[in-house]
Design a protein around this ligand. Structure first.
Ligand code: HEC
Length: 138
């Protein structure tokens, strides 16, 4: 093992250049997913997706909020009776609600829809299927 002091000038310069360049190169792989045109959520279960995505607007108890905008209650919401409605809202968005179709897989959207349709006082037992989400994208 050679120490830096035993190296010749050019070799030391090369080593310094190498070290200066390293942090930039080391950061390239983790940055790639952030630069992808449609960032995708990694959460899988409806519970995780609700907590990390929906809760920000619809609140922990899903009762929504009114402030700068009106965030409707998903708790005891009769509009969730037809599973196709929340699927469409999440895939396409609805006025003040952003669309999540490009950020979630069919599996994730089915999971979050089935979660909100069976939580917060909702008890719609007819789960939506992954194919229902795929059809709603067309
Ligand atoms: C950035 C805030 C925001 C986020 C995040 C958000 N929503 Fe919404 N959502 C809204 C707003 C605002 C509306 C009302 C749209 C309108 O009718 O003007 C809405 C409406 C809805 C509706 C329709 C309710 C009704 O009574 O018509 C459903 C279902 C819904 N959201 C589910 C979800 C789910 C599930 C998530 C998580 C994947 C989510 N939302 C994330 C803001 C948000």
């Amino acid at each position: 093992m050679t120490t830096p002091t035993s190296r010749s000038g050019p070799a030391l310069a090369a080593m310094l250049l190498c070290c200066l360049a390293m942090p930039t190169r080391a950061q390239t792989p983790p940055a790639a997913p952030i630069l992808s045109p449609t960032p995708r959520f990694v959460e899988k279960t409806g519970e995780e997706i609700y907590a990390n995505v929906c809760r920000a607007c619809h609140m922990s108890d899903a009762k929504g909020a009114a402030g700068a905008a009106v965030y409707p209650s998903l708790a005891g919401n009769a509009k969730l009776a037809a599973g196709g409605y929340p699927v469409s809202v999440i895939v396409n968005g609805l006025k003040g609600m952003p669309s999540f179709g490009g950020m979630m897989s069919d599996e994730q959207i089915a999971a979050i829809v089935n979660y909100v349709r069976t939580q917060f006082g909702n008890s719609y037992a007819d789960a939506v299927k992954v194919e229902d989400v795929a059809n709603a994208r067309r």
